[in-house]
Write a new protein. Structure first.
Length: 139
């Protein structure tokens, strides 16, 4: 994808903070600014969406909840992809859940990849992350 150059003046204190965050993230300042702008634009265009750090990197979440958009859409598979059914399941207002559907519709590859990443995790991988985990079988 081609990129465009944008020049902006920022406060020297913000420049120091930007440098620190970029260093911690192992990214260039330019890369980090581009991702900040992208996320800010996405949040402006999609109601109830915010971006947060997660073990899988930056992810879109429904504001004020612990629900990542991919989680809502993963559950939607078992509810006929019906936003009203998903809203009932989560006991959330329909417009709130519809926001996840709207984001997923605009970014189908991103959400499909996040769901695939989730489905690829098996017990052996979980043991590496959660050493005290135990497998329980129920008859």
């Amino acid at each position: 994808m081609a990129s465009a150059v944008v020049t902006a003046r920022i406060d020297p204190g913000d420049k120091s903070r930007l440098a620190r965050h970029a260093r911690r993230a192992g990214r260039s300042e330019s890369d980090l600014v581009a991702s900040f702008i992208h996320e800010a634009l996405e949040q402006k265009e999609f109601a109830f969406i915010e971006f947060r750090d997660s073990p899988l990197g930056r992810q879109p979440y429904l504001k004020g909840s612990r629900l990542a958009v991919w989680q809502v859409m993963h559950l939607a598979k078992g509810h006929d992809h019906d936003p009203a059914k998903v809203a009932d399941y989560f006991e959330k207002p329909l417009p709130f859940i519809q926001a996840a559907f709207n984001y997923a519709e605009a970014h189908p590859e991103e959400i499909a990849q996040a769901i695939a990443d989730h489905e690829a995790i098996d017990f052996e991988q979980l043991k590496r992350t959660l050493p005290g985990i135990e497998k329980v079988s129920i008859r």
